[in-house]
Design a protein around this ligand. Structure first.
Ligand SMILES: C[S@@+](CC[C@H](N)C(=O)[O-])C[C@H]1O[C@@H](n2cnc3c(N)ncnc32)[C@H](O)[C@@H]1O
Length: 285
């Protein structure tokens, strides 16, 4: 199959994430409660404080833009940018409910940022960069829009083996269909899992004081059924694979995912491990 152009990949991403926007809104409260620790970590890594002007890349339904808006306060401001307008509509609704007047969302591609050079005091991003067809281009854009002596903090998924939360359904879907061997340079969930890969791109773009750390945690579900239903509602790349199964296969696959997830039961909850690569760097003076 001919490989897709960057424009085709970006258009696919836009469609994929718009399609799951309803699922993100449906499970919003649960994932906010379960994964807020990652947003707090990003806020710390980016050295956020009152008064800063911050850019969140691939904000989706507002993570970590909404927490960022609280961290920088009314004297600061946040812009969240994302391809998927339906994800951003949910983010905007949440900002209004939280009475946050210092955060705005706009649609756009993070590889072509519509901002002046040196116009932000920090850039943060959670689970977006690995989906880009041209990551170094986005990294160069981050370097361009940041002021001197400010920080970028990024969260991307680490290796599949350390992420049963994501690996279980992918492995089980593979029991029903043959998938081509993963192309390590193709955009996808684990594209930036390798230690040092994003860090090297940041170094290439002139960043300093780079750190690259694996941050371990888990997502705790009230049941294995809750786990599989919520994941299939929000994880666009996994939903794409799932759509290739017949309804009988989906039924069987769901049962196998539930059985695999049950191995992570801890008393009344099912705790699926996650490993997130936190990469932080400073734009030098
Ligand atoms: C897994 S979601 C993460 C959303 C949010 N940051 C979070 O952690 O909940 C990935 C997001 O990246 C966005 N995205 C993917 N490629 C993008 C691009 N080239 N420019 C802007 N946003 C992009 C998608 O539209 C989607 O909302």
């Amino acid at each position: 199959m001919a490989s897709l152009s960057p424009e085709q990949i970006i258009e696919g991403q836009r469609q994929d994430w718009n399609r799951v926007a309803g699922g993100w809104e449906k499970w919003d409260r649960f994932f906010d409660e379960q994964m807020a620790f990652l947003n707090h970590r990003l806020v710390g890594d980016a050295r956020l404080r009152a008064g800063l002007r911050v850019l969140d890349l691939g904000s989706g339904t507002g993570y970590p833009a909404l927490l960022t808006a609280q961290a920088v306060g009314v004297s600061g401001s946040v812009i969240g940018i994302d391809l998927a307008d339906q994800m951003l509509e949910a983010a905007t609704r949440k900002a209004a409910l939280l009475k946050l007047s210092n955060v705005t969302f706009r649609t756009g591609d993070v590889t072509i940022l519509p901002f002046e050079p040196a116009s932000f005091d920090a850039v943060i991003t959670r689970f977006c960069l690995m989906f880009l067809p041209e990551i170094p281009k986005a990294v160069a854009e981050i370097a361009r829009v940041l002021k001197q002596d400010t920080w970028v903090a990024a969260a991307v998924w680490s290796a599949p083996d350390k992420n049963p939360y994501l690996k279980i359904p992918i492995d089980i879907i593979k029991q029903f269909m043959e998938l081509p061997p993963p192309d390590p340079s193709a955009p996808g969930i684990f594209r930036l899992a390798k230690p040092g890969e994003l860090a090297a791109m940041l170094q290439q773009a002139g960043f300093a004081d780079i750190s690259d750390e694996e941050f371990l945690g888990d997502v705790r579900f009230p049941s294995a059924d809750h786990y599989v239903s919520s994941l299939l509602d929000i994880a666009a790349p996994i939903q794409n694979l799932w759509a290739g199964l017949s309804s009988t296969q989906q039924k069987e696959a769901k049962q196998r995912i539930i059985e695999a997830a049950e191995q992570y039961r801890k008393g009344s909850i099912v705790a699926l491990p996650i490993a997130v690569r936190m990469v932080t760097a400073r734009k030098p003076t």
